[in-house]
Design a protein around this ligand. Sequence first.
Ligand SMILES: Cc1cc2nc3c(=O)[nH]c(=O)nc-3n(C[C@H](O)[C@H](O)[C@H](O)COP(=O)(O)OP(=O)(O)OC[C@H]3O[C@@H](n4cnc5c(N)ncnc54)[C@H](O)[C@@H]3O)c2cc1C
Length: 700
Amino acid sequence: MHDLSISKLSTEEQAFLDGAVEDLCRDLDDWQITHELYDLPPAIWAFLKQQRFFGMIIPKAYGGLGFSALAHSEVVMKIASRSITAAVTVMVPNSLGPGELLLKYGTPAQKDYYLPRLADGREIPCFGLTAPEAGSDASSIPDHGIVCRQDFNGEKAVLGIRLNWEKRYITLGPVATLLGLAFQLYDPEHLLGDKENIGITVALIPTDHPGVEIGTRHFPLDIPFQNGPNIGRDVFIPLGWVIGGQAQLGHGWRMLVECLGEGRGISLPALSTGAAKMTARYIGAYARVRQQFGMPIGYFEGVEEPLARILGNCYLMDAGRILTATAIDQGQRPAVVTAMLKYQLTERMRRLVNDAMDISGGAGICMGPSNYLARAYQSIPIGITVEGANILTRSLIVFGQGALRCHPFLLKEMQAAQHDDVAAFDAALIGHIKHIAGNLGRSLWYGLSNALLVVSGTPRTRHHYRHLARLSSNFALLADYAALSLGGSLKRRERLSGRMADILANLYLCSATLKHFEEQGEPEADLPLLEYACTLTIHRAQQAMLAAFHNLPMPWLAKTLRTLMFPYGKPFSPPDDKLIHQVARLALEPSATRDRLTRGIYITNDPQDRMGRIEDALHKTLAAAELEKQLRSLMKSGQLHAHTTEAAIQEAKDKGLLDTFSAEKLLAARRATLNAIRVDDFPASYFQQTSIVGARGYGK
Ligand SMILES: Cc1cc2nc3c(=O)[nH]c(=O)nc-3n(C[C@H](O)[C@H](O)[C@H](O)COP(=O)(O)OP(=O)(O)OC[C@H]3O[C@@H](n4cnc5c(N)ncnc54)[C@H](O)[C@@H]3O)c2cc1C
């Protein structure tokens, strides 16, 4: 990972971010979208199509933007800092779905026809996998197609498939023109060959095709991107509509698994990081301008704690996002890493936005056009659930499935055993024994010496590299212990598997953070962020490891292993109070560090904007900070008698204690602060206008 050269945006990609994306973000009125229209306005839909936002992953040869994974991630991140609804709408056509599947498996004719139409928005795609009875266990979909012959488009007895399906939760489904459909394919009459159960297959179906029903919508938690069920009754399609044609019949599951990783490593990590950066920037500003007990709330130790958590997590989320996008750009398909990143970043977004809600108090709770945080808060469960629900991903996918794939010898041993290849098995086994012995020796030595002889990194980062080296050896040893002692039952031991996933994920994010710091030129001022992020992840990895020890079979052996790895007890602590204070302070004032941390989101200090008003107040408050101190001391010393701040400013001016310029500065700060802490209210009649009638569902 250290040797990966981090992706850089091309001039064209940067221009798109500074041009089309900036314009889009400025025009996104999230309250109008989420509360008044329950949809993006028609002008925004048109702009998205015209600027080819839906064709970011489609190569230029087909009329798309042909963007790198990093650019794609930056676009989603920036939009997410403004409107989650818009970000999801842009994200989905560029993630797993017709576009990606066509690119990888489509026939030349399918690509030539559909890709240009998808790139410029003539076609709106959706992808239908989930069914009412098949959610996480998507391979069990009951939706099916039967190979048959039927007259079609004036031709007699065309070989094709008769489909019946019922899908739900399909994003863009209600407005899609092109449905990528996953179904089980059967050939009971053996029209294609000997096999009756052909397996999961994916086809492209125009939604105006006879028998296809779309249009009704689900209502996903006040984040009204287009999402809904769709149904197909006796829909006949020719075989040529199967993605990749006849050659890909029955290969749908493999196609989906191969494609899922890429989008999963980009979309939701970008969305979560966008929300995290937006939160970090504006909640920090809010904590500085909002005063209680005569002090900015961000100065209170209790508030510093969530503030530091927000900033530290934001820093490491960005690091993980960039490193993973780079790996994808370099042609790697890091399936385990993308699953890990998705669950970690959406979980961290959950915690971070929750922290920001606590700091906001009532201002976060009261909904309205001024509330910049509530929709991000409401969107949390969506990120947690889609593209592999987090509980499942953490407790089954990452370690349960990933460990076997990533282990240097386990898979080889199993394959050799299956093929009765004694020589290959022996070679793999000997390699495996050496691998265990090496990790055992390293774990013991690193435990005794705290990896003192590891010399990676620079003097400022070396201690983190040492901790990583130490915990990595421990993890490798523990993974072998778990795999060998539990064998096939490891997959069912989901809590253990989840802890192993936590160890690996924290080590990955810590590594990404170190790389991020070095890539940014190791700025001295960012050291508190680096320290916080590394200390946090190393401590979490250690805690997950200790929890795993408690639950391993053969407790006496597990205890011995634990003593060997941690001979002096627990070596790593969470961030201490001094560090928490340093990090929290970074949130409260404009600085190069704050700009680096929140780079790439939409930033404004327009006082009329829901976010800009807080940024505006921060600048004006800081500009008047010294004057405010003077005013307070004048009030305290009894030289001023007024009861309100405005009146005190006027009195000080009248008495010649403040000049006009200073008084104006103080008043401007005061007005900006009141504007920043304002919440919306509505006439009572407003609530009688907005009710949704006609919902179908339970009991209807
Ligand atoms: C807003 C939204 C948009 C979506 N967009 C699309 C789309 O465009 N196309 C599409 O095909 N699908 C889409 N989905 C479906 C999404 O992929 C599923 O919701 C997801 O796979 C989970 O399925 P489920 O909701 O039925 O939950 P369930 O499968 O019922 O799972 C419920 C809980 O059980 C846990 N669980 C299940 N099995 C295990 C296990 N073995 N071990 C541990 N935990 C387990 C899950 O993690 C989850 O927490 C969307 C869903 C939503 C809500």
